[in-house]
Design a protein around this ligand. Sequence first.
Ligand SMILES: NC(=O)c1ccc[n+]([C@@H]2O[C@H](COP(=O)([O-])OP(=O)(O)OC[C@H]3O[C@@H](n4cnc5c(N)ncnc54)[C@H](O)[C@@H]3O)[C@@H](O)[C@H]2O)c1
Length: 252
Amino acid sequence: MSEQEAVLVTGAGRGLGATIAERLAATGYAVLVTDIDADTAELVAQRIRDDGGEAHALRLDVTSEQSCEEAVRYADERLGGLYGVVNNAGIVAATPFVDMTVEQWDAVLTVNARGTFLVCRAAARAMRPRGRGAIVNIASIAGRDGFPKFANYVASKHAVIGLTRTLARELGPDGIRANAVCPGAIKTAMWSAEAQDTDDPDAVFDSIAEGTSLRRNQTSDDIADAVEFLIGPRANSITGQSLIVDSGLIFA
Ligand SMILES: NC(=O)c1ccc[n+]([C@@H]2O[C@H](COP(=O)([O-])OP(=O)(O)OC[C@H]3O[C@@H](n4cnc5c(N)ncnc54)[C@H](O)[C@@H]3O)[C@@H](O)[C@H]2O)c1
């Protein structure tokens, strides 16, 4: 059993989630690296162990109630109790609003909003008896503003921020903090032509950088910096916030 504080990260097999998991392990947490793709989760956990950190890997589909509850139980039983959760798993599927199908709407809302709800609920039930815990939900600037062709994604990320604010109020008396991080654009697998509904995702990515105050997009490490801060003890008085990390693109 681990003597370190345990943190569960969803969607941690690649992209932002992998960087966040690696950062939290380097900071000293025992990390439960989870993803719907068990193989990628295991690769990340192995990388963490190779670097001297503590990590376990587990398949977790955030859309499954049972899968979410099993993952929290795993952290409780095998990693010595759950202290933190980073809800990072998410998908995007851009489509002009008038062409958006019910299936496209439901698919994005189911992973991004329902998935965050299910993991938060399972985690809160485990954290409450201990009287402490920290939740960090990866939202997006799409949770603070509107973006054409992303109605399903924007609605899902507004839901994540609303959920975060409510958890802060409802779970605060139990010593559990809940915050969100709102990244701008980061070049991950999410920036595929299909997911962004564009022939040239690089051009879109570059034009977003041009519109930022700092004339740059973000790196996964920029987001890990924010997560590390919000989950850790230096943020002990911070709850219910959604921290925008976008090089000054939106001020909302
Ligand atoms: N990349 C960006 O520009 C950007 C910007 C703002 C917010 N975000 C948010 O950051 C988070 C991570 O995005 P990313 O860019 O690293 O994306 P990514 O596509 O590289 O990684 C997402 C991960 O989530 C996993 N996943 C998908 N469905 C899942 C499910 N049902 N259960 C568990 N895991 C599942 C995938 O297997 C993958 O490993 C997402 O919530 C995304 O909305 C990303």
